[in-house]
Design a protein around this ligand. Structure first.
Ligand code: GN1
Ligand code: MG
Length: 369
């Protein structure tokens, strides 16, 4: 990072009510949407400064008020349960120094910024053993359970975010528009045809919802493995971060999207497609943990968890491929074919998960007794 950028970020940090003085700043994490930085301070805490991508999150005040409702509710529960170290188990956003009471500021170009406390001694992980996968299941099942009595009504920070029928409609228009002249390349991979072949099967959740058989609940909706903070000294999971997409959705969102990253034998942008395997060694402990914590699930929700494990790699292949066709306008990319590689990776994961559907169903049925 050049000196001018670093000075600018330090001065943006001073627009929040932080303790101490900002000493230095560095890039943080690998998110594909927002820009994230770690701010080292002279006070007891370090901070995370983020520029919010407002072409993705179009109404930042709603976004931040959702997050305040969620973090406030979680914090109150931790405190009333007397949990030790509560400050490391839920995110805390800082107030702006301008007296507005807002948890965001706008820069001179209209950009939106926010700052939260960096959770001390936390790390993210790229892979999990069985105990870690079970802990993650408990964490996400527990997250939904804790929020099941949230008094506030949350808005959809991205309308139709995990609505597969809507995503497929978008994909079909991207194909027809061919804005970047790339349909030839994806034909070669046979990808579009494959996606359309499974469209009906994968749209099951929309049908169940319309038939009144599948409720919406407050879900995290971006539960990828690197959105979980682990205690660096081996004390297990501290908390779930990246709360931008916490909104009403089907529970499939958290169950399926977690496994999409954690049960993939390779990272989501690896081009080694033939090495991609949906790991049942992650599915089993994760599903056990999740079912243990999410005591509110209906039979229809439980029964369709294996479908959820297929739906999310499928939906992500649709989203990456649509973005590739649109000319890489949504996801941050590092090279020209990046989104196509990601789409093919997710497609391979979908096929692997789908080939294990009955194995997953047997496991869930057995668990339910
Ligand atoms: C995006 O920005 P990040 O990395 O948290 C995306 C998720 C995708 C993910 C794929 C708001 O998440 O839905 O699953 O990339 N978030 C949004 O890596 O679109
Ligand atoms: Mg995110």
């Amino acid at each position: 990072m050049d000196a001018a950028t670093s000075r600018r970020l330090l001065s943006l940090s001073s627009l929040f009510l932080m303790e101490g003085r900002a000493l230095g700043v560095e890039p943080l994490g690998s998110g594909l949407i927002n820009d994230t930085f770690l701010v080292r301070s002279s006070g007891p805490e370090d901070y995370v400064l983020q520029r919010i991508n407002d072409s993705v999150f179009r109404y930042v005040p709603l976004l931040q008020s959702n997050i305040a409702a969620v973090t406030g509710h979680l914090r109150a529960k931790l405190l009333s349960a007397g949990v030790e170290d509560a400050g490391r188990r839920v995110l805390r956003f800082l107030e702006a120094a301008d007296g507005s009471g807002n948890s965001f500021v706008r820069d001179e170009n209209g950009g939106w910024w926010r700052m939260s406390v960096f959770i001390r001694g936390s790390v993210t992980r790229d892979a999990l053993d069985a105990a870690g996968a079970e802990a993650a299941g408990l964490a996400f099942g527990g997250f939904e359970e804790q929020l099941s009595d949230l008094p506030a009504t949350l808005g959809e920070t991205i309308p139709h975010f995990h609505d597969i029928e809507f995503r497929l409609e978008g994909f079909r228009s991207s194909l027809a528009r061919d804005a970047a002249g790339r349909t030839g390349e994806i034909d070669a991979a046979g990808l579009a045809e494959g996606i359309l072949r499974y469209a009906d099967e994968m749209s099951l959740c929309g049908r169940l919802h319309r038939e009144g058989k599948l409720p919406k609940r407050i879900c995290h909706c971006d539960p990828k493995l690197n959105n979980i903070l682990f205690d660096a000294s081996g004390g297990g999971i501290l908390c779930v971060i990246d709360l931008d997409t916490v909104m009403p959705s089907f529970v499939f969102s958290d169950f399926g999207d977690f496994l999409r990253t954690a049960a993939n034998s390779l990272p989501e942008d690896s081009p080694e497609f033939s090495g991609i395997d949906f790991c049942m060694d992650v599915f089993r402990p994760f599903a056990s943990g999740y079912l243990k914590a999410a005591t509110f699930l209906t039979p229809a929700e439980k029964e369709n968890l294996p479908y959820a494990a297929c739906l999310f790699p499928y939906m992500q292949a649709v989203r990456f491929l649509a973005d590739y066709l649109d000319g890489d306008v949504y996801y941050r990319t590092s090279y020209p074919g990046h989104n196509l590689v990601r789409a093919r990776n997710q497609w391979a994961l979908f096929l692997s998960a789908r080939s294990k559907l009955s194995e997953m169903q047997d496991f869930i049925n057995e668990y339910n007794g």
